[in-house]
Design a protein around this ligand. Sequence first.
Ligand SMILES: [Zn+2]
Ligand SMILES: [Zn+2]
Length: 263
Amino acid sequence: MLSNYHIHTARCHHATGTEEEYVLRAIERGLKTIGFSDHTPYFYDGDYVSPAKMSISEMPDYFNTLLYLRKKYKEEIDIKIGFETEYFPKFFDRLIEEYRKFPLDYVILGQHIVGNESTDDMINSFLPTSEGKYLTRFVDQCTEALETGRFTYFAHPDCFNFVPKGREDEELAEFEYERLIRAAMRTETPIEINLCGVRCGRYYPNPRFWKIAGKLGAKTVIGCDAHAPEQVADSGEIKIAMRLVNDNSLNLIEDFPLKNPCI
Ligand SMILES: [Zn+2]
Ligand SMILES: [Zn+2]
């Protein structure tokens, strides 16, 4: 692994370590480029505060800290600054406006919530459900997100926790996963095998999803999703991901263009 674009900071309230510790670990493990992509701040309805994301007021410090480290370690490693961002249609344009004030290199799509966070329509993508219509909503919303052309890659595209109850549900899952993968391919957005899912023994990476991705030849990246410095490029986790790559003949890439989310 020579690059990784999925690293968090303590500002999201569920990651540990300093930014510099992540950088030093990446250098030690031979990475040439890293991108920080902490859980994005957002403007919400009312006085809602997200429990798992930084706040808008923390953005200047996020950028200042990373710009300082970029300069300090420029001989050893290239540091990019990004966010892991949900697509919340109600608030998205306002967010892009805010992004324009900062030297942001890229954003990755991570749709942990369907609907709009802080409003009545929100559904947690991680809670198990057998409601097919919710999976369809997830795929619709992610497709709309991909079609904005603002996302550099699609983090854990298989994170919607749909639990099929029978053959019909299984067919629906396959249909929706294929629809989602095709949307990523159409918009030239690589999809991510997420190492946090591997590390935590979660329901993703979802074998059913990756089998289809292999068949379709979708561009695939491996994302550390590091929430602690030692999780940057962990060789044991990468080995497990590589098994998935090899078993499904996935089209693994390491080089891809960063899309400027503000254009
Ligand atoms: Zn996180
Ligand atoms: Zn995520």
